[in-house]
Every structure is written in structure tokens, then in C-alpha cells.
Design a protein around this ligand. Structure first.
Ligand SMILES: [Fe+2]
Length: 315
């Protein structure tokens, strides 16, 4: 490893990785040409409408009902960045590695180094997203389906990571998220949860990785933030996914209260089969949520947004 991406990865971090929250130094920064304004403006202009989300929300409270979806149609990348800098929005660019080989190299190099550092870590389905977000905006309490890592490049944010067990993550709620029937931010959040969270002030050059499905929420400092996430699956994570998926289908069909979560043997294989068959049938795709767009990003409007008549964009 000539130039390691991680700056302070000690041997014990390999034992912690995936089991506990780890906070590590990394070398990605705005100066490397991938996360500066010019690179981000160009990426915004190249990202098709289906591959980005623009959201706004009430920054003064934690209320998922205030979250709205928008569009950046017709804006230059520089105008969109202006709106982020002065507004209350975030732009999530999905899969930049599919548009630009330089981001693909970032993603490849991260997982290549993790495979060397963490014994037995064999991951696949690697994906990357870039999040450009306004001062003070929040990402409300939610849980993600795949393994997640958050890399901070510009600005600063406070990240709260909660245990991936009830009452922070009720099993039935997780299954609905895995099935795509409930939005991730539909999870119930109570302020007292914070006393049980890892609370980290994430600065540029730091990353966080937490155990599978750990709920988390984020509050930006009073500055523009640029971060990216990487996600992955492993055989173990894929099996957990399939069990949650199959149990979600069974719970819905049979109204069962308590369902086993086997990690091996016949119960696991039956669930892997059920999840695969159900997905293959397309039954679940038809139940997934669509997106309703009701604002346009406008750098001249208050909070960077202008309300428009609502329209639907496919999931
Ligand atoms: Fe997340």
C-alpha cells in the first residue's frame, strides 16, 4: 500500500469494523479535484433526473413530514451550488462512479484497501453517493438497508448513531424498509434516544462506519457540507437482508407477531428462496413508493426553493 487512504487505521479497527461505530481519518479532500465546486457543478449537470434527489426540510425541528422533494431541471451546476450554499436543501447525487471513472476509482480503492485491512471482509454491490448540503440542514432519523460508510470532505456535521435493536429499530419497521414499503425516515424518533447514541462531530478528513441498519441522524453545522457515502453488501449482510425481506412478506401475509431470524440452516435457506422468488415475481416492485416533486431549486428564492404544482416521478 503506497499511499493508504486511511490515515490512522490501527489493527484493532479491523476487529471493530462492522460491529461497532468506527471513526477514522481519510485522505479525500476538496483539493484532489473531485469534490471542489467546479467538479461538483460539472457532476450535477451530468447527473440525470432519476439519479439525484433534491430535498428540503424544516431545519428548526425534527419532523419528517416537512421533508419535500424537488428538481434542479434547467439550472447550471454553479446555480444549484449557490442555492445549496444559501438555502435549506441537500443534493444527493447517486452513483457518480457510473458517470465518471475518477469516482469509480475512489470507490474501487476504498474497498480494495478495506479488503486488505479487515480479514475476511469480502464485499460486493459497491455504490457511492455524493451529498452536497446547506448550512444547518438535517438528515432525519432513519436506517439504511446495506452496509453504510459516511465520508466527510468539506464543512462539518454532528452525526448521531443509535443501536440497531428495539426500541430504536423495531423489527417490523426494519422489514418494511427492506421491502421498500416504508420510507427510511418513517422510523419513529424520540429525543430521549439521543442519550443512547454515539454522537460524533464529523470534520473534513474523517469517516464513520457503523453496524448494519443502525439508525442515524445528522445535523449540519452552519456551513456548506460536502460528504459522500459508500455502501456495500457481504454474504452475511445479504443473508440478513433476505431474512428481513422474507419475514416482512410472511408478517404481511400471515399477520405473525414473532418470527425467527435464522443465520444458517434450513430456516435461512427457505427465506433466501422466498425473498428471491418474491423479488423475481415483481410483486414487490409494484408496492414500492414513488416520488412527488413539489419545488424547483432557485438560488434567488428564499431557502433556495420555489414551490411548483406537484408531479410524480417514478421510484
Ligand atoms: Fe443514512
Amino acid at each position: 500500500m503506497l499511499q493508504p487512504l486511511f490515515t490512522d487505521f490501527a489493527p484493532h479497527h479491523a476487529d471493530l469494523f462492522g460491529r461497532h461505530t468506527v471513526n477514522l481519518g481519510h485522505r479525500f479532500d476538496a483539493a484532489d479535484g473531485l469534490f471542489g465546486d467546479a467538479a461538483l457543478a460539472s457532476l450535477i449537470e451530468r447527473t440525470p433526473a432519476q439519479a439525484y434527489h433534491v430535498n428540503t426540510m424544516d431545519v428548526t425541528t425534527h419532523d419528517p413530514n416537512t421533508r419535500r422533494e424537488g428538481t434542479m431541471e434547467g439550472l447550471s451546476g454553479a446555480e444549484a451550488l449557490d442555492a445549496v450554499r444559501n438555502g435549506h436543501i441537500w443534493i444527493l447525487l447517486q452513483q457518480p462512479h457510473r458517470l465518471d471513472g475518477r469516482y469509480a476509482e475512489v470507490l474501487r480503492s476504498i474497498y480494495a484497501e478495506l479488503a486488505l485491512r479487515v480479514e475476511g471482509f469480502k464485499s460486493f454491490n459497491h455504490k457511492m453517493s455524493i451529498l452536497i448540503s446547506s448550512p444547518k440542514v438535517q438528515v432525519y432519523y432513519h436506517a439504511d438497508v446495506p452496509g453504510q460508510t459516511l465520508w466527510q470532505v468539506r464543512g462539518g456535521k454532528r452525526v448521531y448513531v443509535y443501536p440497531n435493536t428495539p426500541p430504536f429499530l423495531p423489527q417490523a419497521a426494519l422489514e418494511k424498509i427492506v421491502l421498500g414499503e416504508a420510507h427510511e425516515i418513517s422510523l419513529n424518533y424520540e429525543p430521549w434516544f439521543d442519550a443512547h447514541a454515539d454522537v460524533i462531530d464529523l470534520e473534513p478528513g474523517r469517516m464513520l462506519h457503523w453496524p448494519l441498519n443502525c439508525p442515524h441522524r445528522i445535523v449540519n453545522q452552519d456551513c456548506l457540507n460536502v460528504s459522500f457515502t459508500t455502501e456495500h453488501m457481504t454474504r452475511e449482510l445479504r443473508n440478513a437482508y433476505a431474512v428481513n425481506y422474507a419475514n416482512g412478506v410472511l408478517r404481511r401475509a400471515l399477520g405473525l407477531e414473532r418470527l425467527a431470524r435464522p443465520q444458517s440452516g434450513l430456516g435461512l435457506y427457505a427465506r433466501l428462496g422466498l425473498a428471491a422468488a418474491h423479488k423475481y415475481s415483481g410483486a414487490q416492485a409494484r408496492r414500492k413508493l414513488g416520488r412527488i416533486i413539489d419545488f424547483e431549486v432557485d438560488p434567488r428564492a428564499p431557502q433556495g426553493i420555489r414551490t411548483v404544482p406537484a408531479f410524480a416521478l417514478g421510484a
